[in-house]
Design a protein around this ligand. Structure first.
Ligand SMILES: Nc1ncnc2c1ncn2[C@@H]1O[C@H](COP(=O)(O)OP(=O)(O)O)[C@@H](O)[C@H]1O
Ligand SMILES: [Mg+2]
Length: 271
């Protein structure tokens, strides 16, 4: 499917246009517009509570915006449920991995492959094969029969990726997938994500670990209070006064390089 209407500007691959979301009086996302081009990798930064996870949930469909539209290849998906968006090619990973702990790695991935594809417009391939390919792509093939509840953190993160990949996504929405990993593990996960990227998957990646983002993304958007602060070239954005300002005094802060102690900054859970 090629997006856009004849005669219109080339449609963004994924676009949030003027979206807003409030909880009572709390405006979590405030007239935010973000676009992702096909094949692009976009990084998202912002302090805890900035609205990053909410932004991804609006894109993926777990939340509906109070105002604004969400489009995938020019098609308005604002009122479509997560499952339908998944079948159209969007998949996300959770900030905190949530596998079915009593099921094996393979079974967990098969759930993604089955429910993300069945009945969808992209009902190509069979779930078993898709699951094997997804485990292979994230280097979990050797763990297929292990109970998910027994996996160490890096492999739980890989399982999150595999579950998303098994749905055959064209865009992956990653929510702090490198959070909590050691420096060496971050590098391993980055290598995996770069390979996925090389295979043509578009990516939106929320992450506090700056060097991980910089080694993958083409562009970064910084948000705070649900509004866009600045976007553009990754290094320019990260060096900007706008980004420096919001992180001064921020509890989580940004992790620029290898942590001195060997244990990374683990961003607080919020939302
Ligand atoms: N279901 C909810 N009900 C009320 N407030 C929420 C809910 N989800 C998120 N929030 C609030 O919205 C703000 C943004 O949350 P979130 O998108 O998780 O931020 P981030 O991912 O940038 O840390 C926070 O202040 C959070 O407490
Ligand atoms: Mg978050």
């Amino acid at each position: 499917m090629v997006g856009g209407q004849a005669g219109a500007d080339v449609a963004a691959f994924l676009e949030l246009e003027g979206v807003s979301k409030a909880y009572g009086a709390l405006r979590v996302i405030d007239d935010l517009s973000v676009r992702l081009d096909a094949g692009e990798a976009l990084g998202v930064v912002g302090p805890n509570g900035a609205g990053k996870t909410t932004m991804l949930q609006l894109a993926a469909g777990q939340l509906r915006p109070d105002a604004g539209r969400v489009r995938l290849e020019g098609r308005d998906v604002t009122d479509l449920p997560t499952r339908t968006r998944c079948q159209l090619g969007m998949a996300f990973t959770h900030q905190v991995p949530r596998p079915f702990v009593g099921m094996t790695v393979y079974e967990n991935v098969l759930v993604g492959a089955t429910f993300g594809r069945t009945g969808g417009v992209r009902g190509d391939g069979d779930p078993h094969q898709a699951s094997l390919a997804a485990m292979e792509a994230v280097e979990l093939a050797g763990r297929a029969n292990r109970l998910a509840g027994t996996l160490p953190l890096l492999e739980l993160k890989r399982l999150e990726l595999a579950r998303a990949l098994a749905t055959g996504p064209r865009v992956l929405l990653l929510d702090e997938i490198a959070g909590g990993l050691t420096e060496a593990e971050v590098h391993q996960l980055v290598a995996t994500i770069r390979r996925l990227r090389g295979a043509g998957v578009s990516i939106v990646w929320i992450e506090h670990i700056v060097h991980a983002l910089l080694s993958v993304v083409d562009r970064i958007v910084a948000i705070n209070f649900g509004r866009k602060l600045i976007e553009g070239d990754p290094r320019t954005v990260m060096a900007s006064p706008e980004v420096r300002d919001v992180y001064l005094g921020s509890e989580a802060g940004l992790q620029q390089g290898p942590p001195a102690t060997g244990s990374p900054v683990i961003p607080e859970e919020s939302g």
